[in-house]
Design a binder for this molecule. Structure first.
Ligand SMILES: Nc1ncnc2c1ncn2[C@@H]1O[C@H](COP(=O)(O)OP(=O)(O)O)[C@@H](O)[C@H]1O
Ligand SMILES: [Mg+2]
Length: 375
C-alpha cells in the first residue's frame, strides 16, 4: 500500500516535469497555508470553521492528497477528501515554485477571528422605512432590534425564535434584511433547501455549522427562508427520508441557544401548516404577513415609481384597483417592471396606461392562489 502510494506520487511529479518547459524539480521544504474557504458563496454565508486538531496528522493528510503538486506563493490548493473544494491559499512556500513531497513540512496558519468576521460580513441596502405595512412584524422586529443591541438586559426574557408566515412577496425576506442592516449585525440568511446536501448527514452538519457560526459572531440573526421545505410536517415525512434527521438537528440547535446568547432565529414560510409541529411549537410567536391594502398598494406603487428611469403618466387610482390581491413583489416585478420595459422597448419617453394594460395582459394574474404543493 505504502509503496503504491509512493509510485503514484513520483508519477505525478514526473508528469509535471515533462509538460513543463523549464525543468523545475525542487522539493518544497516548508509550506504555510491559510484556510481560504469555498470558491463561491452559497447560502450559508460562512464556510466551515476549520480547526486543525492535530498538526502532524494534518500534514500527513495534506501530503497524501497534494504530493506532486507545484506550489508558489498565492496559489491555491483544494481539498478533495473531507471538505471537497475547500480552498487553502499558499501564504508562503520555500523554496518558491517547488513541489510538495513527503518531506514537505506543511502548516495551516491561524487566521484570527476578527479577520474572518470582516471578510464574511454582508450588508443589504434595505431599511425599515422601505417596508410598507406589516406593522405587527415591524414592531416585533423593533423588539428583536432592542434585544440584539443589548442582549444581557433581557435575562431569560429574550426573544428567541419567531415565525414569519404569509403569501409570497409580502416582505418577509425584506424585513429580515432591513433588520440586519439597521442593526449592523451579522445576518445568516439561509434558504432552507441549501441546507440539504448530497449525502446523509450533510444537512445536520450544515445546520450545526450555521448555529455555531451565529453563536460565535453574536449578536446575530439567523433567517431560515422557506422552512417548510425542510421542516416538513410529520405526515409528509415519509415522502423524504432525510427529513427526520433535519428536523431533529434543527430542534437540537434551536434548543441549544440559551436565552441570552444574543442569537435570534427567524424562519419564514408561505405555508405554516406544512411545518413539523415540534418545530412549530418552538416559535414563541407567529407573525402573519398580509397582502397589501388599497392604501398600502398606493404607497408601494409610489415608492417604486420614485425610482423609475423614465417619466410616467399614470392613473394611480386605477393602478391601485388593478393591483388588488397582488403582493408587493407582484406590483414591482409583474406590473410596474413589465410596463416600464414595454415602454423602453417601444422607444417611449413616458410610461403610460397602455404599458400597464400590456403588463396586465402578459401577466394574467391568477385569482386562485397557488396553495403550496402539499395541500
Ligand atoms: N411590504 C412591502 N413593502 C414594500 N415592498 C415590498 C413589500 N413586500 C414586498 N415588496 C417588494 O417585493 C420584493 C420581494 O419581497 P420579499 O421580502 O422577498 O417577499 P417574501 O415575503 O416572499 O420574502 C421586495 O424586495 C420589495 O421590492
Ligand atoms: Mg422570501
Amino acid at each position: 500500500m505504502k509503496s503504491d502510494n509512493k509510485s503514484s506520487k513520483i508519477k505525478k511529479s514526473e508528469v509535471y516535469i515533462k509538460s513543463s518547459s523549464d525543468s523545475i524539480d525542487k522539493e518544497a521544504e516548508e509550506l504555510i497555508l491559510e484556510s481560504a474557504g469555498y470558491p463561491f458563496n452559497f447560502a450559508l454565508l460562512e464556510g466551515p470553521h476549520l480547526e486543525i486538531s492535530d498538526n502532524v496528522l494534518f500534514e500527513q493528510y495534506a501530503i497524501e492528497q497534494w504530493s506532486g503538486t507545484l506550489v508558489k506563493t498565492g496559489s491555491y490548493l483544494f481539498d478533495q477528501k473531507i471538505i471537497p473544494d475547500y480552498a487553502f491559499k499558499v501564504l508562503k512556500v520555500f523554496p518558491e515554485n517547488s513541489i510538495i513531497s513527503e518531506n514537505t513540512s506543511i502548516v495551516v496558519a491561524d487566521v484570527d477571528k476578527d479577520k474572518r468576521s470582516s471578510i464574511k460580513s454582508k450588508q443589504y441596502d434595505v431599511h425599515f422605512d422601505d417596508i410598507v405595512g406589516q406593522e405587527n412584524a415591524k414592531s416585533k422586529s423593533k423588539l428583536i432590534y432592542k434585544y440584539l443591541q443589548n442582549p444581557d438586559k433581557f435575562g431569560t426574557w429574550a426573544p428567541k425564535n419567531v415565525l414569519f408566515y404569509g403569501a409570497p412577496g409580502t416582505g418577509k425576506t425584506m424585513l429580515a434584511k432591513a433588520l440586519a442592516n439597521e442593526l449592523d449585525i451579522r445576518l445568516y440568511l439561509v434558504k432552507s433547501t441549501s441546507l440539504i446536501g448530497e449525502h446523509v448527514g450533510d444537512a445536520a452538519s450544515r445546520i450545526h455549522e450555521l448555529f455555531e457560526a451565529a453563536s460565535r459572531n453574536a449578536p446575530s440573526l439567523i433567517f431560515i427562508d422557506e422552512i417548510d421545505a425542510i421542516a416538513l410536517h410529520r405526515s409528509f415525512q415519509s415522502l423524504r427520508g432525510d427529513v427526520a434527521e433535519i428536523v431533529n438537528s434543527l430542534l437540537t440547535e434551536m434548543d441549544g441557544i440559551s436565552p441570552n446568547d444574543g442569537v435570534v432565529t427567524i424562519a419564514a414560510t408561505n405555508n405554516p401548516s406544512a411545518i413539523d409541529f415540534a418545530i412549530r411549537s418552538r416559535f414563541e410567536e407567529e407573525i402573519e404577513f398580509k397582502l397589501p391594502s388599497d392604501d398600502e398598494r398606493r404607497e408601494i406603487i409610489m415608492l417604486n415609481l420614485d425610482t423609475f428611469p423614465l417619466d410616467y403618466d399614470l392613473d394611480i387610482e386605477k393602478l391601485v384597483k388593478v393591483s388588488k390581491r397582488m403582493s408587493g413583489r407582484d406590483i414591482k416585478e409583474k406590473l410596474l417592471k413589465t410596463a416600464l420595459h414595454n415602454a423602453i422597448i417601444n422607444d417611449k419617453q413616458t410610461v403610460d396606461m397602455d404599458d400597464v394594460a400590456f403588463a396586465l395582459g402578459v401577466n394574467k394574474y391568477k385569482e386562485e392562489e397557488v396553495k403550496g404543493m402539499f395541500e
